[in-house]
Ligand binder design. Structure first.
Ligand SMILES: NC(=O)c1ccc[n+]([C@@H]2O[C@H](COP(=O)([O-])OP(=O)(O)OC[C@H]3O[C@@H](n4cnc5c(N)ncnc54)[C@H](OP(=O)(O)O)[C@@H]3O)[C@@H](O)[C@H]2O)c1
Length: 324
């Protein structure tokens, strides 16, 4: 058994990590650090775990854990690692965007590997630190990487994606307030969302020409999940596109191509990404769906941990969606 520490324990991704790791056969939770709830039961923040765990939040870290997950807002992970020292053996998995871009990947002599297993599996298995991808970034990259690899993404790409309210974290804001969010839909940060940087770096990693990416993020009136649609010029047949995607994801543990049109509920509460392809004239429409908190955050972080420690890829992540 490896010993795990979680920082940012009372937040949404922290809560999902606790839930996943309590069901992991090779990992045990050593501490769940909280700045606001030290000494209180974990269930005081995560009522879904009542009867499942007696863990208490801690105000102290154990520097000798095998791996620590940082479930903190942007900028706070850097600050936390500056203020706290872990043993040389402790691996780090960070869920914020502090270390995702190439220019930020080196911190105090440690290299953070971008933790998208479908792109970087070999590097992840050897990594000591992981920058876990963003949630929109995960859904969009998985929709576009096969085209980028085959040099088929040189035309403009239009992406429209809608996310649930948990994407904004546990803190209440004017646009996550029930009265605003319920029965409502809106876009935000049109064409300028912060995940464009990491998406662009991954697409460029194949060294092929990449067209302009126009990304319109939307806030949906549901709590969990991301449904992303992307379309671009594609001159081949639908069958050739399907083969290309099947081949690219043939070794992927959690990304699957669906012949049928997909919908959000088939992936919510799972670590799956489902992808569907549709052709209209010379346009290829790619739809991808993930759970923002699992495949887009905590589940992908556990997948990365499994790869780093040589565990079976789907250990702790065999989850079925509640579709009906
Ligand atoms: N939500 C998503 O769908 C999603 C998806 C992918 C990536 N992410 C990224 O994952 C990270 C965590 O997201 P989240 O949704 O879990 O956020 P969250 O719900 O806001 O939780 C963050 C937690 O961090 C702790 N915290 C706050 N300020 C801190 C500080 N200065 N120092 C140490 N701890 C502090 C708080 O927990 P305590 O009060 O217990 O200390 C807080 O509940 C973010 O960077 C986010 O962008 C989120």
């Amino acid at each position: 058994m490896i010993k795990v520490g979680i920082i940012g324990g009372s937040g949404y991704t922290g809560g999902e990590l606790i839930r996943l790791l309590l069901n992991h056969s090779q990992a045990s939770i050593d501490f769940v650090y909280s700045t606001t709830r030290a000494g209180k039961p974990v269930t005081s923040a995560h009522q879904d775990l009542l009867g499942v765990t007696d863990l208490l939040f801690s105000g102290e870290i154990n520097p000798d854990v095998d791996v620590v997950f940082l479930c903190l807002g942007h900028g706070n992970s850097t600050q936390f690692l500056e203020d706290n020292t872990f043993s040389k053996q402790t691996k780090v998995i960070d869920l914020s965007n502090d270390f995702r871009l190439n220019k930020d990947a080196k911190f105090n002599g440690t290299m953070f590997v971008y933790g998208l297993p479908e792109l970087n599996k070999t590097a992840i298995t050897k990594a000591v630190a992981i920058a876990n991808p963003g949630c929109f970034a995960t859904a969009i990259q998985l929709a576009l990487l096969p085209l980028a690899k085959e040099d088929l993404l040189s035309n403009d790409v239009h992406v429209n994606a809608v996310t649930g309210s948990t994407g904004a974290g546990v803190g209440l804001s004017s646009t996550s307030h029930f009265s605003w969010r319920n029965n409502n839909v809106s876009w935000y940060k049109p064409f300028t969302h912060q995940h464009l940087g990491e998406i662009g770096e991954s697409l460029a990693s194949f060294k092929n020409a990449i067209g302009e990416l126009y990304f319109l993020p939307n806030r949906g009136n549901f709590t969990r999940g991301i449904l992303a649609t992307a379309y671009t010029t594609f001159e081949g047949s639908l069958e050739s596109a399907q083969k290309l995607y099947q081949d690219f994801y043939s070794e992927a543990a959690f990304t699957h191509i669906s012949d049928e049109p997909i919908h959000l509920k088939q992936v919510v509460n799972t670590n799956q990404c489902h992808i569907h392809l549709h052709q209209h004239k010379n346009q290829l429409l790619i739809t991808s769906a993930i759970d923002n908190l699992i495949k887009g955050a905590s589940g992908q972080a556990v997948h990365n941990m499994n790869l780093m420690f040589g565990f079976t890829e789907n250990e702790g992540l065999q989850l079925k969606a509640g579709v009906f």
